[in-house]
Design a protein around this ligand. Structure first.
Ligand code: ATP
Length: 216
């Protein structure tokens, strides 16, 4: 029987190269929709993509600056402390061991969700956590073969149902669509522009944090 009295713990993993308003708003609105604690979890060696521009240390410094002054969203650097690639399935197994039967929710933007079947031991993710799919403009929605039908490996549920079981459900989390990406932010910074309203103020207050992206 899950501990339905404990708030779900939701995880937003990513490269955060750099963290931007799209990430923060997604994490914040997910926290509200699920009444969950949310941790931002920077990845060390992302298995699916080219290495980040900023170092792990620089990305953590940017996340700390971005999260400063609020307590609802927190930072979890465990993947940076592990050797080798950051496999989400290993991270969730670790969290499950720590959190007992507390509901765990892996948050994924629609773009990340579409790539889920390419992830290491991806089916096992649903034994360990729920998945919350965040609205992301420009991403193709691809719900099969993950959910529903004969091949479905998990049940589609409303966000509130995620509080009532520790793992195994999938819910669409309808958040305010913000077409912001770290790629776009890096492009703007590399051309000498300052994407003032795409970045958290804590980051803008310290230009040295954005130095890794300067063009030239
Ligand atoms: P890049 O442009 O370098 O690929 P990104 O902006 O997609 O980066 P990531 O750090 O790769 O950022 O994203 C981490 C997670 O946050 C992913 O699940 C991604 O889908 C989600 N995410 C990022 N930006 C948004 C956004 N604007 N709206 C909703 N989800 C987002």
């Amino acid at each position: 029987m899950p501990n339905i009295h404990s708030k779900p713990l939701a995880i937003l993993g990513g490269t955060f190269d750099p963290v931007h308003i799209g990430h923060l708003n997604a994490a914040w609105e997910a926290a509200e929709l699920l009444d969950a604690d949310v941790r931002l979890m920077p990845a060390n060696v992302p298995p699916h993509r080219p290495p980040p521009v900023a170092s792990a240390q620089q990305r953590v410094a940017m996340l700390r600056a971005a999260l400063h002054g609020q307590s609802r969203l927190t930072l979890d650097t465990r993947e940076l402390e592990r050797e080798g690639p950051s496999y989400t399935v290993d991270t969730l197994a670790e969290l499950r061991a720590e959190q007992g039967d507390r509901p765990l929710v892996l948050l994924l933007g629609e773009d990340a969700f579409a790539g889920l079947p390419t992830w290491h031991r991806w089916r096992e993710l649903f034994d360990l956590a729920h998945v919350g799919v965040l609205t992301r403009p420009g991403a193709e929605s691809a719900w099969l073969p993950v959910s529903g039908g004969q091949d479905g490996i998990c049940k589609v549920a409303a966000p509130t149902a995620l509080r009532e079981a520790p793992a195994g459900l999938i819910a669409a989390l309808p958040i305010t669509p913000l077409d912001i990406s770290a790629t776009r932010v890096r492009e703007l910074l590399a051309s000498g522009l300052t994407p003032h309203y795409l970045l958290p103020s804590g980051l803008l207050g310290n230009p040295a944090l954005l130095a890794p992206y300067a063009g030239g």
